[in-house]
Design a protein around this ligand. Structure first.
Ligand code: BMA
Length: 361
């Protein structure tokens, strides 16, 4: 190798090392430390999707600034420690996400929540970049291939990523602090209901999709406020399936799972415990934190579900948090946290008061 080539190689290597170094800014590092500290004390935070945006019977105004309402707070007197939000729709530069939340209001709520001592996490249900359908449009197996480098939709998709990066870069407090965000792209990929799901792309395509997303955010755009969470679905998962599409230890910070109750409490507990056993092993081997990134029982049809089912499944695992899904204000049966008068409200209050459950004031 010529000396100039050696020098060039050294510079390229140094540049890529620098890009990976210092991946977290001070606030993201502080959040990682806070999760670890909680875990060492046996405390997991409770989270709720869209908690400050709407509840079972209400929705905030577009220009809301206070973000005081929360179904969870109205039941137990405390806010969830984790606020979940979704980016779906940002790729089209829409003002509102797929569930009607204004992006500007989501940002304000996230900043308010962070300043209250809370944690923010984002999922993304992007539209289908090849068919123009939604995230659930699984009519083509070519979608992921089409957005990778060289694909017909690659440029379009980089434009989508740039909107996500711009949005995340705008999560700044009035005194110039970046809000740390747990970002969990390409979730539930062990199932086949999203265009990035298991039967819809190959193992290599999925890994390339994650890497492209990560490289763009971290190396191209320099985002340092993101903690990356991997969130397969719990259904039928084995260690082999859980790890089949693992993007790489350097591109994942948190080991997650999404798990819903569709039948009995026993089935839900055994499915979640099965996933958590796998995650605990993987987490120990790779030095990563664990979280239940989505969970729930639509309509919460069991009055003691929180203590007798959810907590029973989780209590023996070192978890950063557990997040239950949204309380849709326009679909009366679609809720995953109680509201005043809901049959599990009392049990939820007992759950939220347990010493191992983290809430905020
Ligand atoms: C699903 C449902 C949908 C919603 C989507 C994204 O689980 O709650 O109604 O649009 O999540 O938030």
């Amino acid at each position: 190798m010529k000396p100039t080539a050696i020098l060039t190689t050294a510079i390229v290597l140094a540049a890529s090392c620098t890009a990976q170094e210092g991946r977290f800014d001070g606030n993201a590092t502080a959040l990682m430390d806070r999760f670890q500290d909680n875990i060492s004390k046996g405390v997991m935070m409770y989270g709720h999707q869209d908690d400050l945006m709407y509840g079972h019977t209400w929705r905030i105004d577009r220009d809301e600034t206070e973000f005081l309402r929360s179904d969870v707070k109205e039941v137990c007197g405390k806010y969830p420690a984790v606020l979940g939000l979704d980016l779906g729709g940002i790729e089209l530069a829409s003002e509102q996400n797929l569930d009607g939340n204004y992006f500007s209001a989501m940002r304000s709520s996230a900043i308010a929540h962070y300043l209250r001592g809370g944690v923010v996490t984002f999922s993304w249900h992007p539209r289908n970049p090849l068919t123009d359908g939604d995230a659930w449009d699984v009519s083509s197996k070519e979608v992921v291939a089409s957005i990778l480098d060289g694909g017909s939709r690659h440029e379009l998709f980089i434009g989508w990523l740039s909107r996500v990066a711009d949005y995340f870069l705008s999560f700044e407090t009035p005194d110039g602090q970046m809000v740390p965000i747990v970002f969990r792209p390409w979730h539930e990929h062990t199932g086949s209901w999203f265009w990035w799901g298991r039967d819809l792309c190959s193992v290599d395509e999925y890994k390339a999709l994650w890497k492209m997303t990560f490289d763009y955010m971290i190396n191209e755009r320099g985002l340092r406020n993101l903690i990356w969470s991997y969130s397969p679905g719990a259904g039928g998962v084995t260690e082999e399936i859980y790890m089949e599409r693992w993007p790489g230890d350097d591109m994942v910070d948190m080991i997650g799972v999404d798990c819903y109750q569709y039948s009995t409490s026993e089935t839900f507990i055994s499915e979640l415990v099965n996933a958590l056993d796998i995650m605990k092993k993987v987490g120990e081997e790779r030095g990563k934190m664990l979280a239940v990134t989505e969970a729930g029982y639509e309509g919460i049809l069991q009055a003691d579900w929180w203590t007798a089912t959810l907590h029973k499944a989780l209590k023996d695992y070192p978890l950063a948090y557990v997040l239950t899904w949204r309380n849709a204000c326009d679909k009366p049966e679609h809720f995953y946290a109680p509201f005043p008068g809901q049959s599990s409200a009392e049990d939820f209050t007992a759950f939220a008061s347990l010493p191992d459950i983290g809430m905020i004031d």
